[in-house]
Ligand binder design. Structure first.
Ligand SMILES: [Zn+2]
Length: 305
């Protein structure tokens, strides 16, 4: 049996379509980082927003990971089955008087921001001291400006944010009666014992919100390492929304080599790995000992070629 270190990493895709190249980069980087630390690599399906889920995509994501030699540890967890767990932690924050009901619709807020002629959507606390009698409401946490949140990202360096000025009170429970992304991700990272989160830079400025929540819930703050996101020719993030092509699983060895190039492996190392590996399983596991977080580019985004 494998003896693991204390390191626990994870990959947490949403089943809103097939995996595309951009998400596979995150999967491979987090996998190699975890294995290079002799750690576990866990898989979590972020399927809480059932309206956005696409039938069959969980299966297709797991299949694509397998075909690229990415084997996860322990059981896969599904956020859609964990609503009561999230509610338990929401209630802890209610008891701490950090939560209030909000009945602002997206439309109202957009009008409000338009009138302010602002580009920064900082929630202005409209409902903070209101009695909400509506049956439909979301729950916000007060972003109290007792301290600036700062952390040292293992790739991007020092990041600092003032939640009150830059974000405002944010939603923890949505009016469809499900946990928000922020609450679910923080609870799951804690309960799964994640020690480091390797993910795309599109989430870099969500991190302060998550650290704030961890502090409010007396959770441990994990380490963070945000890798550059890939941009298409129109300078948009490769994603399902920008119609990124799904991966061709038959090219799994080529896909992995391409990713190794993006995460800083030397060309000669990649060539040797390619030649000396029978299949993608071999290739990914032979790549572990060459992984070096410091070789990943300290930029927010790179062009996808
Ligand atoms: Zn409101």
């Amino acid at each position: 049996m494998t003896k693991f270190s204390k390191y626990v990493g994870r990959f947490a895709p949403s089943p809103t379509g097939d995996l595309h190249f951009g998400s596979l980069v995150t999967a491979v980087a987090s996998y190699l980082r975890a294995r290079s630390q002799n750690g576990k690599w866990l898989l979590r399906i972020e399927d809480i927003d059932q309206k956005r889920n696409q039938k069959g995509s969980t299966y297709s994501i797991l299949k694509t990971l397998e075909l690229h030699g990415l084997e996860w540890d322990d059981e896969v967890i599904y956020q859609s089955k964990r609503t009561e767990i999230y509610r338990f932690y929401l209630n802890q924050l209610v008891e701490k008087k950090l939560i209030y009901k909000c009945s602002c619709s997206r439309k109202n807020l957009i009008n409000y921001y338009k009138n302010l002629q602002t580009m920064e959507y900082v929630y202005p606390g409209i409902c903070r001291n209101k009695e909400i009698e509506n049956n439909v409401f979301s729950c916000r946490i007060k972003a109290l400006n007792t301290f600036n949140i700062n952390f040292t990202d293992n790739i991007q360096g020092s990041i600092e944010q003032n939640l009150e000025k830059e974000v405002g009170d944010f939603i923890l429970w949505r009016n469809e009666n499900i946990a928000s992304y922020q609450l679910a991700v923080v609870v799951d990272d804690e309960l799964q014992g994640i020690t480091e989160i390797v993910r795309g830079c599109d989430l870099l400025f969500q991190t302060s919100r998550q650290i704030y929540l961890q502090k409010c819930l007396n959770f441990t703050t994990p380490n963070y390492a945000h890798i550059p996101i890939l941009l298409n020719k129109e300078n948009q993030k490769l994603s399902k929304q920008t119609k990124a092509e799904p991966l061709k699983n038959i090219n799994s060895k080529e896909n992995i080599c391409k990713i190794l190039n993006y995460i800083g492996y030397d060309k000669s190392v990649i060539n040797n790995l390619y030649i000396n590996s029978k299949n993608s399983n071999d290739l990914i596991n032979n790549s572990v000992s060459y992984f070096n977080l410091k070789k990943i580019n300290k930029v927010i985004s790179v062009q996808f070629e």
